[in-house]
Design a protein around this ligand. Sequence first.
Ligand SMILES: [Zn+2]
Ligand SMILES: [Zn+2]
Length: 132
Amino acid sequence: MTERVTGGCKCGKVRLEGTLLDAPMFRCHCRDCQQLTGGGHSEMVSLAKADFQMTEGYSTYAMQGRSGRSTFSRFCPTCGAQLTRNSERMADRIYVHAGALDDPTRYAPSRSIYTDAAQPWDRASVIDDTAD
Ligand SMILES: [Zn+2]
Ligand SMILES: [Zn+2]
């Protein structure tokens, strides 16, 4: 079953489109996400890299992920919206920020990652997946 989703940035310059992977949607509390989003965590949806498409005009910021491998953040240089994250470690997928989806109600996070880095003021948003 393939479910397509579309999205883009605030100003409309960059558009994206892809297929939802049968993978958990998750909240990432790592320090990179805090610094890049300006908030406590990222809300991420996993799409297949194979047929992912994004219009030109975005910028890429490369950094070292916590795994030690390169991670890339793509964003709109005009409005500053964070769009995607991808890494060498999970090379078959693209993570899209849930708020960038045209229909953000598609997002249903089931877990939190890097919860050790969660800020005290963001603890309430940590999804406890040790329960199951
Ligand atoms: Zn934009
Ligand atoms: Zn993160």
